[in-house]
Design a protein around this ligand. Structure first.
Ligand SMILES: *Cc1c(COP(=O)(O)O)cnc(C)c1O
Length: 442
């Protein structure tokens, strides 16, 4: 996982990892199953490494989030943060569940539109949107643009005016709150590149209201990712609510509060953030504002709904250590290398699952020392071709993958109702250079 203190936390054993994940089950014959589908069947059909996503898990998590808010008496619009996993099949599951989208690029906007999410249900976030991106979004009728600076606001006004459009704008506030998460995924501190400081919001909102092509509708904030405690949210939303009140006192119309995303999941065997506690915080801080509430969860909806299924290439014993070399690597799943993040790992075979364990460094074949999934992980001896599931890889997994070391893109499979569907074939080798142009050389 992500914080320094978490890194030293006691490691759950294999049984605890399994017990904490209701969508996973170990069968004596079939081995590890995800949403009742044996992972061996998927590896047999499509090879490894392969991403496996569970539609039922995504739907259940979406429903849990909605229920937490309806139980708290809060109507909320969920806009899935596409960057967590932008596969059309995943977007489609969420679109069918009723989600809107939160996008950070024209490409993500196009993906969301491609699965039928209406432009009016899409929010455009991000610290640097180009004029071309803004123009495309406005022309398509985007629902809301979250503006992060005075400079961007001026640019947006010009683009909207030239198109004869009016942009519905929320100003993204930087509440200067420490989300207590990893430095690379905290976004709500004054020193971060994101958002507008609270004191600057008031004059900028008034300025926005006077600008042609701009209709300010509210305030947005997003303080970081993988947040496990409601406390930083309480601090941030309290500041946002004060800002909303101050804006109204100054005669401004405020009808939207975009609460952002960042809801954390349990990567070990701990529970994720309590949805009920989170909804209560929203209710306490913003429940009386009479604004339309938006949420932008990414990881929470899809993280536990995906795993990366890999095979053992070989086990390597040095004088110091035992290394398990997988056929998956940092080019597939970058999070451990990028953020030191923890991903649980389970052997797929029921026999392997009950064998004695010893400390193992789990690595990929990429030529980087940073290509490591876990150091000193308690795992059994695994023979060549034994399969291992790298858990909770549905968010910020495949989207960050690259063809580094000329490794083809892994296949992906979606489970739905006990069936599995291939949603991305494994990339063919000649497809690796399909877009490259070989010039006529002297
Ligand atoms: C990344 C991001 C999100 C989603 O974050 P999660 O931690 O995946 O929930 C939401 N809103 C904005 C503006 C983001 O940049």
């Amino acid at each position: 996982m992500l914080t320094r203190s978490d890194l030293s936390a006691t490691e759950p054993d294999l049984a605890a990892l399994l017990a904490a994940r209701p969508a996973l089950a170990m069968h004596v014959q079939d081995g590890l199953c995800f949403e009742d589908v044996p992972l061996n069947a998927i590896a047999d059909a499509f090879g490894t490494p392969v991403w496996v996503y569970g539609a039922a898990t995504i739907r259940a998590r979406y429903a849990d989030l909605q229920t937490a808010f309806s139980d708290a008496g809060l109507p909320v619009h969920i806009h899935y943060a596409v960057k967590a996993n932008d596969h059309l099949a995943i977007l489609s599951v969420l679109a069918k569940a009723g989600a809107g989208a939160d996008v950070v690029s024209q490409g993500e906007f196009a993906r969301a539109m491609a699965v039928g999410i209406p432009a009016s249900g899409i929010v455009f976030s991000g610290v640097g949107k180009t004029r071309a991106e803004l123009a495309a979004a406005l022309s398509a009728g985007i629902g809301q643009i979250n503006v992060e600076s005075a400079e961007e606001l001026a640019m947006l006004s010009e683009v909207a005016t030239s198109l004869g459009r009016t942009a519905r704008v929320a100003l993204r506030m930087n509440p200067d709150v420490d989300a207590g998460t990893h430095a690379k995924i905290t976004t709500g501190l004054a020193g971060n590149k994101f958002g507008i400081s609270a004191p600057d919001i008031l004059p900028l909102y008034a300025h926005a209201a006077a600008l042609p092509g701009i209709a300010p509708v509210g305030i947005a904030l997003h303080i970081g990712s993988q947040i496990l405690s409601p406390a930083p949210y309480a601090a941030a939303y309290s500041k946002a609510a004060s800002t909303v009140r101050a804006l109204r006192q100054a005669g401004q119309q405020v009808s939207v509060l975009d609460l952002g995303g960042g809801l954390g999941i349990g990567y070990r065997d701990e529970p994720g953030i309590s949805l009920a506690a989170f909804a209560q915080v929203v209710r306490r801080e913003a429940g009386e504002l009479g604004v339309q509430l938006l949420l932008e969860p990414g990881r929470y909806l899809v993280g536990p709904a995906g795993l990366l299924l890999a095979s053992v290439i070989l086990q390597k014993q040095t004088a110091q250590k035992r290394f398990l070399v997988l056929d998956a690597a940092m080019n597939d799943l970058l999070r451990p290398s990028l953020y030191d993040s923890y991903h649980g790992m389970l052997p797929v075979s029921a026999v392997d699952f009950v064998k004695p364990v010893s400390p193992t460094d789990v690595v990929g074949p990429v030529c980087e020392s940073g290509d490591i999934f876990a150091a000193g992980r308690a795992l059994p001896d695994l023979a060549e071709n034994a399969r291992l599931a790298v858990l909770d890889a549905g968010a910020y997994g495949a989207v960050m993958s690259s063809p580094y070391n000329a490794r083809p893109r892994a296949a992906a499979v979606l489970l739905d109702g006990g069936h599995f569907h291939l949603i991305t074939p494994r990339q063919r080798l000649d497809n690796l250079w399909a877009d490259e142009i070989l010039p006529g050389l002297r």
